[in-house]
Design a protein around this ligand. Sequence first.
Ligand SMILES: [Zn+2]
Length: 344
Amino acid sequence: MGEPLPVVVGLDVGGTTCNATVLDAGGRFLVNRLVETPSRVAEGPDVTVAVLAAAFAQVLELSGTPRTAAVAVGLDTPGPASADGVLSSRGATNFAGPAWRGFDFRGALERAVGLPVTYLNDANAAALYAHRQHFGADAAARSSVAAIVGTGLGGGVVEHGRVVTGAAGQAGELGHVHIPMQGLLAPDQPLPHCNCGFAGDAESVASLTGIANNLLPYWLTHHPDHELGALPIAEAAALVRGYAEKGDPLALKVFEQQAMALGRLFTVAANVTDPHAYFVGGGVVETAAHFRDWFLARVREHTVLREEQAAAAEFALVPDLDMAGARGSALAALITVTGAIPDA
Ligand SMILES: [Zn+2]
C-alpha cells in the first residue's frame, strides 16, 4: 500500500441533522451510506461548528482515511446565504436566533478544521451531484438545471460541470422565477403568493408551502366534503402526496398544477441556458414509482422545447436525495482543489 489518495470531506448541514461524506481525488465516494449526526442548531453557531468538526473527524475515521489525507472541506446549508457562506443578516428559517444572523459559517468551519472550506447552498450542492452522477465522464461538457421541491422550491444551474453561483451567490434561485399563470390556475383561483413577497413565482405553486398557502385552500373549496378539510392546513398539506399516490382527484389537481409550474419554469430555463438535462428532486419524487413516473412525465409534457432542444435534452430525477447535499458539496470542494470535475 502506498500513500492514501488525498480526500475531501462533504458536510451537509440542515436545521436538524448534519450528513457527512468522503470523496477521494480519484472521484470515488468512500462512504456508501448516510452518516448523520444532530446539528444542534438551536444551541447556536459555536455548538454546531463543534458538531461539524467532530463529524469531519468521525467520517474520515469511518472511511479508514487518516486526517492528514484531507485537503479541503465542502459545506452546504439551506439559505439564504452569500456566495461565500455568510448567512443572511435577515435570518434563515433553518438557523433561527440572533446569533445565526450574518454568521460566517464557511469561515468558522475553516478555522475549526484548519482546511480550506468551499460553500454552496443545499440545492446547488444537490444539483451538482445530480449533474455529475447523470453525465459521468461527460459532466464537464454538459449543462443542467435542477428543481428540488420541498418546503420551498430549491434550484441549481450547472454549466460545463460547474455551479453557476452569481455575483451575490443568488443564481439558480429557480423558486422565485415568475412563471405564466394563465392556463395553470383555474378560472376562479386566486393568484398564489410566495413567502419571498412575489406573486405567481414557481415556488408559490411547486412547494409544500405553496400547497398549504395557495393550492390546498383553493381546491378544498371545490371538494368541501374532502377529509383533508377537517385537518389544520399545514398538517393536511403534508398528506396531499399520499392521497395523490392513491389517485385522489383533489390531490391530483394539486400535483398537476405543480408539474405544470415546473414545466413552465423549465421552459424559462430552455430559453436562458438551453441545458442538456432537467432534473427534478425532492419529496414529490421520493415516492411510489407509478406516481413519480406520472409526475415526471407531466413536467416533461408541460416543458415547451423546440424540436432541436427536445432531441438534445433529457429529463431525470435527482438521485440519492438524502446524500446529494453532502456529496455535491464534496464535489465542489474537489473541483476547487483540482480545478476539474472528477470523472465518475
Ligand atoms: Zn418566491
